[in-house]
Design a binder for this molecule. Structure first.
Ligand SMILES: N[C@@H](CCC(=O)N[C@@H](CS)C(=O)NCC(=O)O)C(=O)O
Length: 205
């Protein structure tokens, strides 16, 4: 495979999901860290050469740059058992990746970032006004996952797929944003199932 470099901020769940995918796919990643709190992804150089959207993660594939965590994770997982071979199941896997980016990450990851990195006292008035809605959105996402997992061990088929990896990334640190996982026993059992897999790595690895 072409040399892969992950441009990242290691504590970000979006970056972790790419590292976790690589671990399961047996793919080696070089890593380059940026301090997002110091604006290192907003420099003219980063915007022109790495990602015009000013965000990590970005997967560098040889000379090419691929932003968006789920696209980057898909690039690594493509052709491995992490991607279902059946057409409907593959689309269902994508359904969870899109749902993660629309209903899960913007709520759970944002609240985690605001509370753990920005700090409640430093939130601007718009962020403060949006906090209750994001907390409610995060709870709704966890409840939906718990309901889905009532009847199955994994999100799409009877084994780990990319959908499980991309959802695991921010769900397993949701408590850092003040979300309790106590009301969601099926989510907790699934988190333990993912963490027990042989190729698992932690967000801090
Ligand atoms: N939809 C994007 C979201 C990327 C994103 O929000 N990255 C954050 C860290 S998790 C970031 O780079 N923040 C720094 C900034 O916006 O300046 C993805 O899934 O990769």
């Amino acid at each position: 495979m072409t040399a892969l470099t992950l441009h990242e901020y290691a504590a970000s769940g979006n970056c972790y999901k790419i590292r976790l995918t690589a671990a399961h796919a047996g793919v080696r990643l070089a890593r380059r860290e940026y301090d997002i709190m110091a604006g290192e992804t907003r420099t003219a150089e980063f915007l022109s050469q790495v990602n015009p959207n000013g965000r990590i993660p970005v997967l560098q594939v040889g000379p090419d740059f691929l932003p968006e965590s789920n696209a980057a994770a898909f690039y690594i997982a493509d052709g491995t058992p992490l991607i279902p071979s059946d057409r409907f199941e593959r689309a269902d896997m994508l359904r969870w990746l899109f749902w993660e980016q629309y209903n899960h990450e913007p709520n759970i990851a944002t609240v985690r970032f605001w509370k753990g990195w920005v700090g409640f006292d430093n939130l601007d008035p718009v962020q403060r006004a949006n906090l209750p809605g994001k907390q409610a959105g995060g709870e709704a996402a966890l409840a939906l996952m718990d309901e889905h997992l009532q009847r199955r061990d994994w999100f799409v088929i009877d084994r780990l797929t990319l959908a499980d990896i991309c959802l695991y990334a921010y769900t397993h640190v949701a408590e850092e944003g003040g979300f309790s996982l106590q009301p969601y026993p099926n989510v907790r059992a699934w988190l333990a199932r993912v963490a027990a897999l042989p190729c698992h790595i932690r967000i801090t690895d």
